[in-house]
Design a protein around this ligand. Structure first.
Ligand code: ADP
Ligand code: ZN
Length: 765
């Protein structure tokens, strides 16, 4: 007996009795945070079009709610009558073909996030929305020329004209153009289609892709011996593509970029594509221009792109029309079917870590992608992340490439450490911002018409109010972070929750009531101070208060390059890859500010910042000088930075990390629980810690530590109390297993507002 399946508009399936009929099945994950996969039958009309990675719409659950999801697997399986059909194919293009889908699966598992949302995070929203296609209506004539229709005397003149000019199928024309050319109204056209005299079809064609290529304006250098040696080591992995991680360690100005460019040119000449990752486009415009002028078919993913442009770039990469993509984090998911190499510049930068779920580290995802694609990857830095440095020494697939000197015999700048405690003692003045040595150098720079950069290491925390009696800072009543004084407006502002208040009259502690004093220089104060010392100097401030848009930043840099001002004062924004030949002095003010953060990476970050900003001095001429002011000037981190001795710094810091069981010698996973109720958050954090402890005991895992629950360093953000639990273990397999168990067995049933899981966190605040 044959059994027809009811529901006739859908393709009919027939099954012989006693013998299961095989059907095409798509396994789909919805875009919701659900850890389940669902099977759907593929209707015949989609046969051959459904592949893993494609986005579809399907009826999920008992209520058959139509939801979007990604196909993760296709198979042939026996028919069973609970199967529903896929409803719609959402994407024209498959954005997650081949290795990209595997990368997404790895990412979801590794970072402890549901698969559907993880896959969605890989495709830019603009691309998902299918932006950037023009709709074109093609029309043609279906009736014979000079046939009975045209013979009819009742045909109007316009309709007659239409039929006369419209080409016969299989030829066709674009409707808009046709109507304009022959002055035929849309009504007439509609009539013709309705009567069956004309046929139509709507096509979507991509609009033109933005072009980023720039004329070559830079000489192709003869590589020096060290650069050549580095390139020679990369070459075999390009000629016979194989997964290798090259850590290109070179002081600033040692010609790393030139090595990337040569290696990339070689990959491109073999017809393959490359991804170049940079920490932030706005801060690396000079670098981007260099790539764009030396490589061809370049696409740049920057924040100024429209959705349409972004979508077009994705298309152009997928089709192979563009060969090079330069971008920040999300560039790592670019659909390059012939990927041949990945470069991650400034690989140590914290901005590669995504701060929303999935909290992936783009450098680590890049390494994973290179592994899946079996291609080489170059990580470049003057101050490699200690993880990368350690791996370069103890992992077989890593290779360290060193550029030890600046090119063209340029010297590294002289770094002078100024101990601010001595300065203060000497001048009996605790609010001195610019030390005497820095003042002397500034004077020289101004007299010689050179330029200077002054950096304040305060990540946007500026001046704060301190009690002169008990020394307490004025804190935010909502998050307990230190409130920052903003001169413009005479207000206090919390940089975490944007709480605002007027300036209080006295210390908040009623038992003290001391007078409040503004301390801790902000960039505004330094600007004022320089102006006070040198009234004729042209000073400008670059920080997130003054630089609201990317364009502001570009403008001020261009003005600095044109020497329209002499001194640039700024936050760490000024430390990044800028290259100004006339900057002969760099001053770092309060270099120890970052060291006070309760984070095991504080020393590493301080070293990176000082080294990076020091690299800004003397890029084109000898005699660059750096003055580092610190109250902790005798600390090894400053001494190593002053000597440009990354190796010694790394050795010392790694020894400490090993001793104290911090990464790279351990793995961290951090859970952050937040809730408006402190006791709720605390109780849930307790549950998290307890659940993990039980898991560890049950499965007899070893070398695992559970730290917490503890209140976070920033105890409250936006009125939510925050607690964290940190898992520290030796093997990645252990942390992955714990994350997996918690998810699959749904062990965490919490009432708190938010639960964040952060694998390999870059900050513990
Ligand atoms: P890094 O990326 O290590 O900071 P760059 O690649 O920017 O170094 O090189 C610093 C400067 O030296 C750049 O202006 C670059 O054009 C130039 N340069 C690089 N390689 C050479 C070379 N082999 N000979 C001469 N100049 C070079
Ligand atoms: Zn007080």
């Amino acid at each position: 007996m044959v059994v027809p399946i009811p529901d006739s508009p859908r393709p009919t399936l027939w099954a012989e009795e006693g013998e299961a009929k095989l059907v095409d099945i798509a396994t789909v994950v919805p875009l919701l945070p659900i850890d389940r996969r669902f099977s759907f039958a593929i209707p015949e009309k989609f046969s051959g079009q459904v592949q893993p990675g494609l986005r579809v719409r399907a009826p999920f659950g008992r209520a058959s709610r139509l939801l979007e999801g990604f196909v993760v697997e296709c198979s042939r399986q026996p028919w069973n009558n609970t199967l529903k059909y896929l409803e719609e194919l959402v994407d024209v293009q498959n954005w997650l073909e081949g290795r990209l889908l595997q990368l997404g699966e790895w990412m979801a598992e590794y970072y402890g996030h549901s698969l559907g949302p993880s896959l969605a995070a890989m495709v830019p929203p603009a691309v998902r929305a299918r932006r950037g296609f023009r709709k074109i209506r093609q029309i043609w004539r279906t009736v014979e020329p000079a046939g009975p229709v045209e013979g009819s005397p009742r045909l109007g003149p316009k309709m007659r004209q239409l039929l006369q000019h419209l080409p016969v199928f299989p030829q066709s024309v674009a409707a808009d153009e046709f109507c304009r050319q022959h002055q035929i109204s849309l009504t007439t056209l509609r009539q013709a289609i309705k009567r069956g005299w004309a046929g139509e079809r709507v096509e979507k064609i991509p609009a033109a892709v933005p072009d980023f290529d720039e004329p070559v304006n830079e000489p192709q250098y003869q590589l020096n011996a060290e650069q050549q040696a580095a390139l020679e080591q990369v070459k075999p992995a390009v000629d016979h593509p194989v997964f290798r991680v090259f850590l290109l360690y070179g002081v600033s100005g040692s010609g790393k970029t030139e090595v990337y460019i040569h290696a990339l040119q070689q990959v491109l000449s073999s017809g393959r594509q490359v991804i170049i990752m940079v920490p932030e486009i706005a801060l690396t415009t000079q670098l981007v221009h260099r790539f764009a002028s030396r490589l061809r078919q370049v696409a740049v993913l920057h924040s100024g792109l429209t959705d349409v442009q972004r979508s077009l770039i994705w298309n152009a990469l997928r089709s192979g029309e563009k060969q090079v993509v330069i971008g920040t984090r999300s560039a790592i998911f670019a659909p390059c079917p012939r990927l041949g190499m990945i470069v991650v510049d400034e690989e140590q930068e914290g901005s590669f870590k995504n701060q929303q779920a999935p909290r992936y580290h783009a450098r680590d995802v890049a390494i994973k992608r290179a592994q899946l694609e079996n291609i080489p990857i170059i990580l470049g830095s003057a101050t490699p992340a200690l993880e990368s440095w350690q791996h370069a020494h103890d992992r077989p697939h890593y290779q360290l490439l060193t550029l030890s000197r600046r090119v063209a015999n340029l010297e590294l700048p002289l770094v002078e450490l100024v101990d601010m405690r001595q300065e203060e003692r000497r001048y009996h003045d605790s609010i001195r911002l610019i030390s005497q040595p820095l003042e002397i150098h500034l004077r020289r720079v101004l007299e010689q018409s050179e330029q200077a950069v002054l950096l304040l290491n305060r990540r946007g925390y500026a001046r704060v109010l301190k009690c002169t009696r008990c020394r307490e800072r004025v804190l935010c009543p909502r998050c307990r972070a230190t409130l920052v004084l903003h001169q413009s407006g005479q207000t206090l502002l919390c940089h975490h929750c944007y709480f605002r208040s007027a300036i209080p009259a006295a210390c908040a502690d009623p038992s003290c009531g001391g007078r409040l004093l503004a301390t801790g220089p902000g960039t505004e104060r330094i600007e004022e101070e320089v102006q006070r010392l040198f009234p004729t100097a042209r000073v400008r401030r670059v920080d997130s208060d003054t630089m609201v848009r990317v364009a502001d930043y570009e403008q001020v840099l261009a003005a600095f390059a044109r020497r329209e001002f002499d001194v640039m004062v700024g936050t760490q924004m000024v430390a990044k890859g800028l290259d100004f030949p006339l900057v002969s002095l760099v001053g770092v003010i309060e270099a120890d500010a970052g060291l006070q953060q309760p984070d095991f990476r504080a020393g590493e970050r301080t070293f990176q910042l000082v080294t990076q900003v020091a690299g800004r001095a003397g890029r084109a001429q000898a005699g660059g000088r750096v003055v580092v002011q610190s109250a902790l000037a005798t600390w090894p981190v400053f001494i190593h930075a002053a000597r440009h001795d990354y190796t010694a710094f790394a050795e010392r810091e790694l020894a400490l990390r090993r001793q104290l069981h911090w990464p790279p010698f351990t793995r961290l996973v951090r859970w952050v629980i937040s809730d408006p109720s402190e006791s709720q958050a605390r109780a849930d954090a307790q549950i998290v810690a307890q659940t993990i402890t039980t898991l560890v005991e049950q499965s007899a895992m070893t070398e695992v530590e559970i730290l917490g629950p503890n209140p976070c360093a920033i105890e409250r953000i936006r009125r939510l109390y925050r607690f964290d639990v940190i898992l520290r273990c030796q093997a990645t397999s252990t942390s992955r297993r714990i994350i997996h168990e918690l998810r699959v067995r749904k062990l965490l049933k919490l009432k708190s507002r938010r639960l964040i899981i952060d694998v390999d966190p870059v900050a513990l605040l």
